[in-house]
Ligand binder design. Structure first.
Ligand code: HEC
Length: 319
């Protein structure tokens, strides 16, 4: 009863999955290089564009650092003891959807093995489709509804399902990749407010102006320095205004310091003091990083947003 093209489909999916995993590894590397929370960020090398490639503040839950173990769902169901606490990657078919965050996977869609494994996602940007392949990455736990690792992923799960899977292996997923290579569990940013959109343009101008200084310093370009310093001043005034209604005194202070640096750069450039321009641009670069570490957040699609949270949040309270 198997479809004539089943093997072909499967090979295609495997290739896709391998590609998806490659992607994940590539994406995971910058995370691994991020400083631990609270660590002092290393100063950017002199003359480098300090902020553009600067690491964002680490996201709240640290990504898993243990190596991924590939396992098939039937093995996981039959011999779970070997996998509890491991980070696994499982390619299997979606057997049942159980709640907006929970579904089960089974080894083979051609025959039901009756050994489905529960998957609990942190979010699903779109629902998984029954009988399609997914690649799930996450930690294997012995399912216990009271476990802190799973507690916030159980909304909508029926008492029957809770009872059925208790004591069985479950995957606390970080990624759920479908055959279109879309990780449905990616943390995507919410829609930007008008205020955020305007501020993003401000920061893009800051990034461009800051980047331009490298060439300006090399060529001792006084006119260029004047123009870009003016752009930076205006942008940091706008930055200060952005943080003001949020009551972020430290960010307001950094924006003011950065604006003063831009002014000092303008004065030094007009006087032809290029060593001073260079030194001040370097110290301004550190202000970029300080503020980004506290208030800039990177989402899984690579975009940045301001992280304003509540006052006194860990990142915001370091200064
Ligand atoms: C007072 C805080 C603060 C300072 C100082 C600051 N930034 Fe930012 N920056 C932010 C925040 C918050 C974001 C995230 C908002 C966003 O990207 O929309 C950001 C985002 C950025 C971005 C990404 C823009 C995008 O496309 O999303 C760049 C580039 C950038 N900053 C460059 C710089 C540079 C270069 C400096 C220093 C010369 C600097 N910033 C100084 C707060 C700051």
């Amino acid at each position: 009863m198997s479809r004539p093209n089943f093997d072909g489909r499967r090979a295609g999916t495997l290739a896709l999955t391998a590609a998806a995993l490659g992607l994940i590894v590539a994406v995971a590397v910058p995370h691994a290089q991020q400083p631990p929370a609270g660590a002092k960020p290393a100063p950017p090398p002199a003359g480098a564009k300090p902020a553009q490639g600067a690491p964002a503040a680490p996201a709240a839950p640290a990504p898993p650092q243990r190596p991924l173990v590939p396992v098939v769902a039937s093995t996981l169901a039959a011999k779970p003891d070997a996998y509890f606490g491991e980070n696994v990657t499982v390619m299997a078919t979606v057997d049942q959807t159980l709640s907006p965050l929970a579904f089960s996977v089974d080894q083979d869609k051609a025959k039901s093995t009756g050994q489905d494994v529960l998957v609990l996602a942190p979010r699903l940007n779109e629902p998984v489709e029954l009988n399609t392949y997914v690649t799930v990455i996450g930690e294997v736990v012995k399912f216990d509804p009271a476990d802190a690792k799973v507690k916030d992923r159980l909304t909508g799960l029926s008492p029957d399902a809770l009872a059925k899977y208790t004591g069985k292996p479950a995957i606390v997923a970080t990624s759920v990749i479908n055959t279109a290579m879309n990780d449905l569990a990616r943390r995507l940013p919410p829609k930007m407010t008008a205020e955020e959109e305007a501020f993003q343009k401000v920061m893009q101008k800051v990034g461009a102006a800051n980047g331009a200084f490298r060439g300006i310093i090399e060529k001792s370009d006084a006119n260029g320095a004047k123009e870009q310093a003016a752009a930076l001043k205006a942008a940091f005034i706008a930055t200060e205004a952005f943080f003001k209604p949020h009551g972020k005194a430290d960010a307001i202070g950094w924006a003011q310091d950065a604006r003063k640096s831009a002014e000092a750069i303008e004065v030094a450039a007009a006087a032809g003091k290029w060593d001073e321009v260079k030194a001040t641009a370097g110290s301004m670069g550190k202000m970029c990083q300080t503020c980004h570490t506290a208030y800039r957040e990177r989402y899984d699609d690579g975009s940045f947003r301001a992280k304003l949270g509540s006052p006194g949040k860990p990142g915001a309270a370091t200064h």
